[in-house]
Design a protein around this ligand. Sequence first.
Ligand code: PLP
Length: 449
Amino acid sequence: MVATATVLAVIAGIGATTAFQAPASAKGRTFIRLNAEHKTSVARNPNFAKLQGGYLFPEIGRRRAAYLKENPDTGGQPIISLGIGDTTMPIPEHILSGLASSVTKLGNKDTYTGYGDGNGEAALREKIAKELYGNRISPNEVFVSDGAKCDIARLQLMLGAQVVTAVQDPSYPVYVDTAVMMGQTGEVDPATSQFNNIVYMPCNPANGWFPDLASLPHADVIHFCSPNNPTGACATREQLTQLVEHALAKGSIIIFDAAYAPFIRTEGTPKSIYEIPGAEKCAIEVNSFSKYAGFTGVRLGWTIVPDGLTYADGSKVRDDYNRVMSTAFNGASNIVQGGGMACLDPEGLAEIQALISYYLENAQILKQCAEDCGFEVHGGENAPYVFVDLKGASSWDMFSKILSEAQVVTIPGAGFGPGGEGFLRLSAFASRANCIEASARLVKLFKKN
Ligand code: PLP
């Protein structure tokens, strides 16, 4: 029974007493009268207090909900989201059949499986190594998982609190937030909005979205994402060669996020860091079926940790990651791994190409729209994100203006780090009809002003 100001917790058979509460017994049970403001005596992990606000995407959702609450008729038209990079197209037939047949196997005693290989089914690791890396890496170096975001966090768990991390600025917020949670950073500096002890690598139109590596302080771990979220920039072979040479020279480890690799259509542009000689000595790659095949809700990713990648003491990074995965993970779902196998069949690979083409065409529509509105525009080629240059205007103000005047959800660049301020991200993960409708609304809004 819950009273207005107090909660009664039932602890069967334990005559618990505490310094602050008197027990009252009834029918052989002991009740502790808890104050509604009851606090545990556990100290909060101080790293969590350093984090800035909420995680970006829930914050966008919160502002959208607040707008809806105040404007239930939303200006007479539905809200369109070009915000969070979440896939919208259904999973294609062949890939879906891989998921479905894995479900069926679970209902038959001859094909039922329980816990599997914690690093992923051997057949899937072999197929990833062959189809996506041309056997440049071995199946032994592939760790199948529930997605790239979770892998980024597990890599931080492995690296610990003592490393200095570098990130592209702007970047996917998970690299910085997990570094903060892990205790790698100091407080945020209010003057710069940057965390102490993180190396921010400025990426902007002036440097072609690629940092001047030589001018940066030393970092043990360099997070690098290409094609990039949020800028849509796609690093060239020359740029990635510079990155690998820099890491080899400084003894750093690169964590290369290739979650958008299949969007690369320009001939000769690397889709994996392992296309660059020497990367197997200095780079880990995280990747995911989320954007390849509409698996954002299905959850399947992988991380490559090369056998030749070592720490200063000569021990293998792979062995520690194996330890993390076997302790803090228990293998990706067997249903989902069946879907992953189907993704890498010739039919599945063709379906992925068709899905990506659809989103790339959307990106072209959004890019054209932003140009028609009079903005300078980046990305949108080899990437699902269009990054609109607001020429110094506040990105949260622009987010609010577009939401309230055109009922379109975008993402303010400031959510991706201080270097994203003054830019707005548009996501091509939407239906064609919504991209066309949102473009018409935006052109109307900006032509009017
Ligand atoms: N890496 C980048 C750069 C992303 O943008 C995202 C998702 O938006 C992820 C990783 C997360 O991928 P997953 O769905 O596999 O966790």
